[in-house]
Design a protein around this ligand. Structure first.
Ligand code: FAD
Length: 385
C-alpha cells in the first residue's frame, strides 16, 4: 500500500504522516507501534486512549477454551495470535521496561453440576477433536491443582496453553512502545474520515468504527466485576478458571496483586449501566465455584462494549472502494488475544506486502448489504467473554 516514507519536512512544517491510526486502544496502538518501528511516520488519534473495551477486559488469551462450534476459521486466527504472545510480551517489556502481567499457569475449565459438566464435555470433545490441548481431569486431580475449588465441582479439564495478560498494564505499555518508536499520539476525536490528513488511514476505533466507516460493527455489552483478596494477599488460586455454575457461564482471572476479575455478561445492548441482577448472577456463580470469594472485597462493577461483527470475527483490510483506508476492528470478545497478529498483518498490508492468507476471510466486503443493519442473531448465550 505504501512505498517508502514521506520526505523529511522543512524544520517547522507539519509532516503529513504516512499512516494515521484512528483509535488508541490495544489494536490501534499495536498497529501504530509496528508501523512506526518499520520506519513510517505515524499519528494515532484518540481523545481518551485506552478508554474503550480494553479498560474493562479480563485479558484472557484463550483460543482453546473459546474454540466454539462453527467458528473454525476464527479459532485458527486465535491460535495463530496466541502463539505470537510470548515473543510479543517479551518484546514489549524489553522495549518499555513495563511488566504487563503475562502469565502462563493455564486455564482450568470446570462444571459445577452434572448438567454443567455434560454441557462442558460436549465442548471439550469438540476442542479435542480439533487436536487442541484439552486434558480432562478427575475431581481429585482438579482439586490437587486448585484446592480452593468448591467440593461440589463435578469435574473439569485443563487447557495449559490458554494464558492471560492484564489489559490495564498492556495498553499503557503499548502507548509507550508506540511513542518510543516515533508514533505521535494526537488527543482528538475523528468525526469524519475526511478530517484525517495522511497517506493512509487505519480505522481501529472499536465501537466507534461504524459511525466512521458504515461497517457493521455493533456494541455488545459486558458487565464484569473486580474483587480483591483480603489483607493484601494473593488470590487463593493460580489458574484462570472458567466454568458453568447451574447453567451460568462465568470466568475468574487471578492476578498476583490480589485482584480477581469475575465476568462477564454478553448482552445485545449499547448502554453501560451495571444492573443488580447481573452482579448477583456473576457473584453467585463465582462463589459457587470458589467459596472463598465470599470473603473478598468487591471493588469494581463496570460494563464495557465489545466491538462485535455479524460473524464474530474481526474485519481486517481495505474499506470497499477505499484502498487508502484500512479497517482493523470488530475484535469482539478477542481483541486482547488478537492484538499481536492484527498488528503484524496490518503493518504488512500497510507496507504493501503480499496479503497473508489469514486475511482472506476477514475482508471488509464480506458483509455486503449488512452495513449498519441491526445485529444478526448470534449464539451468544453460552459464551464466556
Ligand atoms: C467485559 C469484557 C471482557 C473482555 N474480555 C476479553 C478477554 O478476556 N480477552 C480478549 O481477548 N478480549 C476481551 N474483551 C474484548 C476486548 O476488550 C476488545 O476486543 C478490545 O478491547 C478491542 O480493542 P480495540 O482497540 O479495537 O477497541 P477498544 O479497546 O474499544 O478501543 C477503541 C479506542 O478507539 C477510540 N475511538 C473510538 N472512536 C473514536 C474516534 N471517532 N476518534 C478517535 N478515537 C476513537 C476510543 O476512545 C478507544 O480508546 C473483553 C471485552 C469486554 C467488554
Amino acid at each position: 500500500m505504501l512505498t517508502g516514507r514521506s520526505p523529511s519536512p522543512r524544520s517547522s512544517d507539519r509532516v503529513r504522516p504516512d499512516v494515521a491510526v484512528v483509535g488508541a486502544g490495544p489494536i490501534g496502538l499495536a498497529i501504530g507501534w509496528r508501523c512506526a518501528a518499520r520506519g513510517l511516520r505515524v499519528e494515532v488519534h484518540d481523545p481518551a486512549s485506552g478508554s474503550g473495551a480494553s479498560a474493562v477486559a479480563a485479558g484472557m488469551l484463550s483460543p482453546v477454551a473459546e474454540a466454539y462450534f462453527g467458528e473454525r476459521q476464527l479459532t485458527d486466527l486465535l491460535l495463530a495470535s496466541a502463539a505470537r504472545w510470548p515473543a510479543f510480551a517479551a518484546e514489549l517489556t524489553a522495549t518499555t521496561g513495563v511488566e504487563i502481567g503475562y502469565r502462563t499457569e493455564g486455564t482450568l475449565m470446570v462444571g459445577l453440576t452434572g448438567d454443567d459438566l455434560a454441557e462442558a464435555r460436549r465442548l471439550w470433545a469438540y476442542q479435542r477433536g480439533l487436536g487442541l490441548p484439552v486434558t480432562p481431569l478427575r475431581p481429585s486431580e482438579l482439586r490437587d491443582r486448585e484446592p480452593a475449588l468448591a467440593p461440589r465441582v463435578r469435574g473439569g479439564a485443563l487447557a495449559p496453553t490458554d494464558h492471560q495478560v492484564d489489559p490495564r498494564l498492556l495498553v499503557p505499555a503499548l502507548r509507550t512502545a508506540a511513542q518510543r518508536a516515533g508514533a505521535v499520539l494526537v488527543p482528538r476525536t475523528v468525526r469524519r474520515l475526511s478530517d484525517v490528513d495522511a497517506r493512509l488511514t487505519v480505522v481501529a476505533a472499536g465501537c466507534g468504527t461504524a459511525a466512521l466507516t458504515g461497517l457493521p460493527v455493533r456494541p455488545v455489552k459486558g458487565q464484569i466485576l473486580r474483587l480483591r483478596a483480603p489483607d493484601g494477599a494473593a488470590p487463593g488460586f493460580r489458574h484462570v478458571i472458567r466454568g458453568y455454575a447451574d447453567g451460568e457461564p462465568v470466568y475468574l482471572v487471578p492476578r498476583p496483586d490480589g485482584e480477581v476479575v469475575l465476568g462477564a455478561t454478553v448482552e445485545e445492548r449499547s448502554d453501560t449501566t451495571v444492573t443488580a441482577g447481573a452482579v448477583q448472577r456473576l457473584l453467585r456463580a463465582g462463589v459457587d465455584l470458589l467459596p472463598e470469594l465470599a470473603e473478598y472485597d468487591l471493588v469494581e462493577a463496570v460494563a464495557g462494549l465489545r466491538p462485535g461483527t455479524p460473524d464474530n470475527a474481526p474485519i481486517l483490510g481495505p474499506l470497499p472502494g477505499r484502498p487508502d483506508v484500512l479497517a482493523a476492528t470488530g475484535h469482539h470478545r478477542h481483541g486482547i488475544v488478537l492484538t499481536p497478529i492484527t498488528a503484524d498483518l496490518i503493518a504488512d498490508l500497510v507496507l504493501g506486502g503480499v496479503p497473508d492468507p489469514l486475511l482472506a476471510p476477514l475482508r471488509a466486503d464480506r458483509f455486503d448489504g449488512a452495513a449498519l443493519g441491526g445485529p444478526e442473531p448470534t449464539m451468544e448465550g453460552d459464551r464466556w467473554s
